[in-house]
Ligand binder design. Structure first.
Ligand code: BGC
Length: 711
């Protein structure tokens, strides 16, 4: 037989016909092996302690690739291509969450930039670094809407709002997957963790989630729908038990919604060990039953449970797993491999200059600066810093590159990170004299350290106090019972404030913090998040005013841990003026959308194309926004809808559109929101049916509310 007559190897033949041909040649064992993922390389994820596979079978479907050199990939791929009977390529996955080698801000920070095109561009750079290093598939974006900042994984998603998560999800899918997946610079995306993992009870990780069907549809599913619509090839099933049916054995979410209704054509991979963990969750008696439940629910690939490789053939022989479902599952995996062009180009070329390219670095700096949120800038007008002679840089985060990289920092290298101290030095020296004192560790201090910090502060004209979290205080398996910073850092801040010197606080964290005690101790506060490789340079851009801050919070900052959960799009209370906490205000310290600028933006009166309309008609609302200050700046305009009376109650207001634009001093720009009733004014019921009801709606933009009536 000539090679071209082997249909599945012929790229000119339609994918489904190639897969039919390949499936017809595969044994049951070969099919089952396509549904398993092991690891290759040095596992650097401390939460997943798995053995590093020595001799991997040549028939294996996938590996997590813990390396950034394509050589190891190519060596193993060669075995798959040449030593397996049918030469089916392996797909190499990896967690590129906020960058591969060039590290960008954590996703929560990215969301605060409200700059969707920039995030899309950044993910395309990350994809290129990864693919050229041997990675075909990233386990990103993480789009778990999260309202409990005690949960460490809030750092990995795009905040508390479903629409914001959906918008950034679609952007990252476009960025990773590009125009053609067969390109040598694009990778397959993976939407995770499907679904409702963000509802983790009390912010503890891996635990039960209480999610009503209505909340599943209102809050947790929309970002996944957006990702599927954007063409995401894969999803990862979640660890959490969704009100009795774990995410990794949930027929309703995995098959009914994803495959039957949304027509997703790719595959679902389990989270690490989440199939065998069904036993811990009380959903299966043993690993074999766990494999059966997961597989029959619509979960195609087993990440590190060894439930499918061990038991699937047995389950087929016993008639408990249908061979039609087996073929359908394998088809999905093969389809993704074919779309990635792996059959034609199984190996990765050597691109020595693939890391930290200038375009990636400049995007990293811009995105870091745009993600930073100016939380406070009091009337002393300390920021931006201007003509300051002596700067004291104080605090445990000032020289920590680890804090700036955050968790899930891919193949990031600490030494390649611009620390806050370095960024300040590069920007302000030699005009300014700069001194450093650590003052405290992240969670302890001494009298001597405090005294040195006070001395340094007394010498200075201004103190830049760099506080925050250690990189592993957020991320996976990193829950905290309080979101206030440790006592040692508060002590340091108090001592510095007592010197009477102007204080600018830079906070690096992977979650919203309780700043009630810290807030009065600083004249200005910038939340810099975990800003990545260019973090220090970006912070200096903001401090100096070279870049005008434009970040706005994508997640609420509570006044205290006891206020959690607190988020903007809650439903109305039965008694609007009662039921508050007796001991603290019921408002958050910094609400969703909060973020200051060095200029001022004034919103004019909105106008509307028609205030009454019918289903099927579109309405355009516009609002003029003027930069009334003396500096250029960017403003993110957030548009909310309120449906005050509905057959199923709606949140008091819901974000439905946003746009960010640059405005020169004195410039007025008109922002626009085209309302499509079916898309923006409808809501799902508890089974996802879309309901559109006539009535009054309010559109909220800036300080204004516009009333609309749908007849
Ligand atoms: C995490 C996932 C990750 C996977 C592979 C799991 O522990 O929950 O987000 O993609 O490990 O590293």
């Amino acid at each position: 037989m000539k090679p071209s007559t082997v249909l599945y190897k012929d790229a000119s033949v339609p994918v489904e016909i190639r897969i039919d041909d390949l499936l017809s040649r595969m044994t049951t064992h070969e099919k089952v092996m396509q549904l398993n993922q092991y690891t290759l390389g040095n596992n650097n994820n401390e939460n997943n302690v798995g053995e590093v596979a020595g001799e991997l079978p040549a028939e294996l479907g996938s590996v997590i690739y813990y390396n950034d050199n394509p050589d190891l990939r190519n060596a193993y791929q060669r075995r798959c291509m040449e030593e397996s009977r049918l030469g089916i390529p392996c797909i190499f996955g990896y967690d590129m969450i906020h960058g591969f080698r060039t590290i960008y801000p954590i996703s929560l920070g990215q969301a605060c930039s409200w700059n969707v095109p920039l995030v899309e561009r950044m993910t395309s750079y990350a994809a290129a670094e990864g693919r050229m290093s041997g990675v075909d598939w990233t386990f990103s974006p993480m789009i778990d809407v999260a309202r409990d900042p005690r949960w460490g994984r809030v750092s990995e998603g795009y905040g508390e709002d479903p629409y914001a998560n959906a918008a950034f999800c679609a952007a990252t899918v476009r960025g990773y997957q590009g125009k053609s997946l067969a390109d040598s610079t694009t990778i397959a995306a993976c939407l995770k963790h499907y679904v409702a993992y963000g509802a983790s009870e009390a912010g503890r990780d891996y635990v039960y989630t209480e999610v009503s069907p209505q909340t599943l549809w209102d809050t947790y599913l929309p970002p996944y729908k957006a990702g599927v619509d954007a063409g995401a090839l894969t999803l990862m099933s979640s660890f959490n038990d969704i009100s009795g049916i774990p995410g990794s054995a949930n027929y309703y979410t995995l098959t009914e919604i994803l495959k039957n209704r949304w027509k997703h054509k790719g595959f679902v991979v389990s989270d690490w060990g989440s199939i065998e963990q069904l036993v811990n969750q009380g959903n299966a008696a043993d690993k074999k039953e766990a494999g059966l439940r997961a597989f029959n629910s619509g979960l195609e690939m087993d990440m590190m449970s060894h439930a499918y490789d061990k038991y699937l053939e047995e389950l087929i022989d016993e008639g408990k797993v249908d061979s039609v479902l087996l073929d359908e599952s394998v088809r999905r995996v093969l389809r993704v491999k074919m779309l990635l062009g792996l059959f034609e180009k199984p190996y990765t070329g050597n691109h020595p200059d693939r890391f930290m390219r200038p375009d990636a670095l400049s995007a990293a700096r811009q995105l870091a600066a745009e993600s930073m949120v100016l939380l406070k800038n009091d009337s002393t007008g300390i920021l931006p810093l201007d003509g300051v002679g002596r700067i004291a840089v104080i605090g445990p985060v000032a020289k920590s590159s680890a804090s700036l990289q955050g968790s899930w920092n891919g193949r990031g290298v600490y030494d390649e990170t611009v620390t806050l101290y370095q960024g300040i030095l590069d920007r302000f020296a030699p005009e300014a004299e700069i001194r450093f004192a650590k003052g405290s560790d992240l969670d302890k201090t001494t009298e001597v350290e405090l005294a040195q910090a006070v001395d340094t502060a007394c010498w200075a004209d201004v103190v830049i106090l760099c506080l925050g979290e250690e990189r592993r205080w957020s991320g996976e398996n990193a829950s905290r019972s309080t979101i206030a910073l440790p006592e040692a850092q508060l002590q340091l801040a108090e001592k510095i404030a007592a010197t009477g010197k102007p204080v600018v606080m830079l906070l690096s964290s992977g979650r919203p913090l309780d700043l009630s005690q810290m807030e009065p101790l600083a004249n200005a506060i910038i939340e810099v998040w975990q800003p990545g490789t260019a973090g220090g340079a970006a912070a200096a851009d903001i401090l100096s005013g070279d870049v005008n801050p434009s970040g706005k919070l994508a997640m609420t900052f509570p006044r205290s841990t006891g206020q959690i959960p607190i988020y903007y799009n809650r439903r109305g209370s039965a008694r609007r003026h009662q039921g508050f906490y007796q001991d603290i205000p019921s408002t958050p310290l910094y609400p969703f959308g909060h973020g200051l600028s060095y200029t001022t933006f004034v919103y004019g009166e909105p106008s509307v194309s028609s205030s009454t309309f019918r289903k099927g008609e579109k309405v355009t609302v516009t609002v003029p926004v003027t930069n009334t200050g003396l500096r250029a700046g960017a403003e993110a305009v957030l548009w909310f809808i309120s449906d005050p009376a509905a057959s199923i109650t709606r949140p008091l207001m819901e974000l439905k559109h946003f746009e960010k634009r640059e405005l020169k001093p004195g410039e007025t720009t008109t922002f626009k929101f085209v309302i499509d009733p079916m898309k923006h004014l409808s809501f799902p019921d508890a089974d996802g049916n879309i309901i559109l009801e006539p009535g009054d709606f309010k559109i909220i933009v800036g300080p204004h509310t516009v009333n609309l009536v749908m007849e």
